[in-house]
Design a protein around this ligand. Structure first.
Ligand code: DOR
Ligand code: ZN
Length: 355
């Protein structure tokens, strides 16, 4: 029974500009959660082995499409994982054929399955040149890596060491600074983003938790992701940016499923699985900030404008109930592996209607 006193908000169907859907049985378990809410999604290429060519992106797209539940309309937008050996001509062909939407920069060893990533940004300058020419966006995992760089400083160092020089050398290259986690990143993108060559995605979990979440009463692996959550002042800066209405900020959940066993381990994987509740949690954040009127821009309009695609013609309705949501149960893969979903640390009241 719907709650008669519920508040409803209808927006054009959103897109998720950053998801990990994996492959095989994990893909089949998690994809329906993304596909039933989001019309399109930018698919991350960090499989094992990574999706490094247009041909692999095409094969992966076919595997994803086969996993979309019957009757659901969903378009995966494919990316290629950049390595020191990426062939610019292959990217250009894949882009021209409509197979590849964007290319992803993982600095080597920055995160899950990034060991084949780029070891020195200069090595991919010919690729960036080509991307700038054909208008293909570069998606960056914005963390600088080094024994002398504190894990909580990696993002701020990346801006100075890599992002600013790359933007100077390729002023027309479209760049998405993905899953930003710091005030430095929010300020930089807000200041530079109006030129339409720089934008940022922000996750629901980085809007809701700060780094204390990982240490509440013990080590909490399900709150660990990369870039790692930062101090409260950074979370507050992200909320301000996301809810500002600025066209340079848009939705990217970075839902990143791992099995419970892989998370609850002596060396647990980075990644938060938020596909089932992320959209509702964004609504919760915007509502708490008194900025529900800005959710439509963030979730449904700014991403398509940056990527140069139309806003989705269909709509989706969010509903606020009087009772807080119950916790999402772990989902099960075909092989009986559990995937634990993101649990916000405070009560949330929003949900998605009729799905
Ligand atoms: O927490 C993360 N998980 N961050 C990433 O950059 C990768 C992702 C994954 O693939 O699990
Ligand atoms: Zn990611």
């Amino acid at each position: 029974m719907p709650d008669p006193s519920a508040i409803r908000l209808t927006i054009p169907r959103p897109d998720d500009w950053h998801v990990h859907v994996r492959d095989g049985d994990l893909l089949r378990a998690v994809l329906p959660y993304t596909a039933k809410i989001f019309a399109r999604a930018i698919i991350m290429p960090n499989l094992k082995p990574p999706v490094t060519t247009a041909a692999r992106a095409k094969a992966y797209r076919d595997e994803i499409i086969a996993a979309v539940p019957a009757g659901v309309k969903f378009t995966p937008l494919m990316t290629v994982y950049l390595t020191d050996a990426t062939d610019p001509a292959d990217l250009a062909r894949g882009h021209a054929e409509g197979v590849i939407t964007a290319a992803k920069l993982y600095p080597a060893h920055a995160t899950t399955n990034s060991e084949h990533g780029v070891t020195d940004i200069k090595k991919i300058y010919p690729v960036l040149e080509q991307m700038q020419k054909i208008g293909m966006p570069l998606l960056v995992h914005g963390e600088a890596i080094g024994a002398d760089i504190d894990v909580f400083d990696r993002e701020a160092v990346f801006i100075e060491k890599t992002l600013k020089p790359v933007r100077k050398d390729f002023p027309a290259l479209k760049i998405v600074f993905e899953h930003i986690t710091t005030q430095e990143a929010a300020d930089y993108v807000a200041a530079e983003g109006s030129k339409n060559t720089l934008a940022a995605t922000i996750t629901a979990h980085h809007l809701l938790i700060n780094r204390n979440a990982m240490f509440q009463g013990g080590i909490r692996p399900h709150y660990y992701c990369l870039p790692v959550a930062k101090r409260e002042k950074h979370r507050a800066a992200l909320v301000k940016a996301a809810t500002s209405g600025g066209t340079m900020f848009f939705l990217g959940t970075d839902t990143a499923p791992h099995t419970r066993a892989a998370k609850e381990s002596a060396c647990g994987c980075a990644g938060i699985f938020s596909a089932p509740n992320a959209l509702a949690l964004y609504a919760q954040v915007f509502d708490e900030a008194g900025r529900l009127d800005k959710l439509e821009a963030f979730a449904s309009r700014n991403g398509p404008a940056f990527y140069g695609v139309p806003v989705n013609p269909d709509t989706l309705t969010l509903v606020k109930s009087l009772k807080p949501n119950s916790e999402i149960k772990p989902i099960l893969t075909e092989n009986g592996q559990e995937i634990v979903g993101f649990a916000p640390m405070s009560p949330a009241f929003w949900g998605v209607a009729d799905i």
